[in-house]
Ligand binder design. Structure first.
Ligand code: PMP
Length: 392
C-alpha cells in the first residue's frame, strides 16, 4: 500500500538553516583529520603540524612503556571487556587501577568510569535529587552542569571563582552539593579551593572537585589541585579525575570514602548501564600513573615551558589570562577574530584551536594554547614567533 505523503519536511530541510546560521556567526565547528599521534608533531589534514591544543600535558600518550602495557594487556585480556562492571566486565586489571588511584589520591577507594563526562553525570545525579540545591561555578565544565540538570536538583551557578558570592547565595538556599573544576578547562586558572572547602564545612554541604586538568600536573608527584592547595579528603570528600589528559590514556575515576564509592556502584546510572572500558586500558593507565609519579622532570619541564611562553607572550603584548597551568588562553573577543588567528597559525604549520561560544561565554572567544612536556624550547619559540605576526 502506498503511504500518504508526509506533511512534515525531512530533517535536511529543517536542519539546514540551523547549520547555515552557525556558519554565518563563525560558530560552525569542523573536525580535523589526523594521520598520526596527536601531539606535539602531528600530521593533520594531510600536512605536518606542530600541535598546541591537546591535553597530553606530560607527553605520556605516546610513551613506549604505556604503549607496551596496552599491547601486553590486549594479549592478556583481549580487547573488549564484554560487559558492564556489575555483570562480568570488572577485571583484576580494573581493580588494580582503582586501588592505585585510591592510594595516589590518598582516599579509601576509587571507582573507574568510562569517561569524565559520564563520571560527572553519574556522581551528581546519584547524590542530588529533586529537593536539593547544587551550586556550581559559572565556568564549570559542561558535564558538571549537565549532571546537575540530570539530577533534577535546583542548579544555582555562582560567579566564577568567587567564594564570597557563593557564600551569599548559600545563605539564602541551603546547599547539598558544591561543585567546581579544580583547574578551569578553558581559562586555566585554579578554583579558590580553600575558600570553597571552608564554606562547605560551615554549611554542611559536600564539595566535589573535578580535577581533570590538575591531576598529574599540579601538587607533589602530580597529586593535583588539592595537594597544590594543601587540602585533603576531609576538605573535599568527592574527587573526580580523568585519565585522558595528563595520564595520556582514556577514562575517568571518582575517589572518596567507602560509603561514597559503594553508593555510586549501587546508583550511578552512567556507571551501571555501560560496558566497562577495556582491561588493557587499565594496564596502560597503571603504567602511566607510575611514570607520572616517578618522572618529576616532566612537571619541571612543563613549568619551564609555561614560564617561557608567558614571558614571551607578555613581551609581544598578547592578552593572556591569569593561568599558572599548561592551559594558556589568548583572548580574541569575537569568534571571527579567534578563527582568523587560528587560521593564520594553521597556515604557519601550528595547530591552536579557536574556542568559541557556547564553550566559553559570549564575547570571550579565544585561542586555547596548551603546553606539554613533550614540546621543546624551539617549539615554544616557534609558536611565539608566529603569534607575534598575528593580524590584529
Ligand atoms: N571535566 C573537565 C574539566 C574536562 O575538561 C573534561 C574533558 N574535556 C571532562 C570533564 C570530560 O572528560 P572526558 O573527556 O573523559 O569525558
Amino acid at each position: 500500500m502506498e503511504r500518504p505523503p508526509s506533511s512534515r519536511p525531512g530533517p535536511e530541510t529543517e536542519l539546514r538553516p540551523r547549520l547555515d546560521a552557525l556558519k554565518a556567526q563563525s560558530l560552525y565547528r569542523r573536525r580535523r583529520l589526523q594521520d598520526s599521534p596527536q601531539q606535539p608533531q602531528a600530521r593533520v589534514d594531510g600536512r605536518p603540524m606542530l600541535s598546541f591544543c591537546g591535553n597530553d600535558y606530560l607527553g605520556l600518550a605516546n610513551h613506549p612503556e604505556v604503549i607496551a602495557a596496552l599491547r601486553d594487556g590486549a594479549e592478556r585480556w583481549g580487547v573488549g571487556s564484554g560487559a558492564a562492571h556489575l555483570v562480568n566486565g570488572h577485571s583484576r586489571a580494573h581493580q588494580a587501577l582503582e586501588e592505585a588511584l585510591a592510594e595516589f589520591t590518598g582516599r579509601p577507594r576509587a571507582l573507574l568510569f568510562s569517561t569524565g563526562y559520564m563520571a560527572n553525570l553519574g556522581v551528581i545525579s546519584a547524590l542530588a535529587g529533586r529537593n536539593d540545591t547544587v551550586f556550581e561555578d559559572r565556568l564549570n565544565h559542561a558535564s558538571l552542569l549537565d549532571g546537575a540538570l540530570l539530577s533534577r536538583a535546583r542548579l544555582r551557578r555562582y560567579p566564577h571563582a568567587d567564594a564570597q558570592a557563593l557564600k551569599r547565595l548559600i545563605d539564602t538556599d541551603p546547599a547539598r552539593l558544591i561543585v567546581t573544576d579544580g583547574v578551569f578547562s578553558m581559562d586555566g586558572d585554579l578554583a579558590p579551593l580553600p575558600g570553597l572547602a571552608a564554606i562547605a564545612r560551615e554549611v554542611g554541604a559536600w564539595l566535589m572537585v573535578d580535577d581533570a586538568h590538575g591531576l598529574g600536573v599540579l601538587g607533589r608527584d602530580g597529586r593535583g589541585s588539592l595537594d597544590h592547595c594543601g587540602l585533603g579528603p576531609e576538605d573535599v570528600p568527592i574527587l573526580m579525575g580523568t585519565l585522558g589528559k595528563a595520564f595520556g590514556t582514556f577514562g575517568a575515576f571518582v575517589a572518596g570514602s567507602e560509603e561514597l564509592i559503594e553508593t555510586l556502584i549501587q546508583s550511578a546510572r552512567s556507571y551501571i548501564y555501560t560496558t566497562a572500558t577495556p582491561p588493557a586500558l587499565a594496564e596502560a593507565t597503571l603504567a602511566s600513573l607510575d611514570i607520572t609519579r616517578r618522572e618529576h622532570w616532566r612537571r619541571e619541564r612543563l613549568a619551564e615551558w609555561i614560564d617561557r611562553f608567558r614571558t614571551g607572550a607578555t613581551r609581544i603584548g598578547l592578552n593572556l589570562m591569569d593561568s599558572p597551568t599548561p592551559i594558556q588562553p589568548i583572548q580574541a573577543g569575537s569568534a571571527e577574530q579567534a578563527l582568523a588567528w587560528s587560521a593564520a597559525l594553521e597556515a604557519a604549520g601550528l595547530l591552536v584551536t579557536a574556542i568559541r561560544p557556547p564553550t566559553v561565554p559570549e564575547g570571550t572567544a579565544r585561542l586555547r594554547v596548551t603546553l606539554s612536556a613533550a614540546h621543546t624550547a624551539d617549539d615554544i619559540d616557534r609558536l611565539l614567533a608566529a603569534l607575534a605576526r598575528l593580524p590584529t
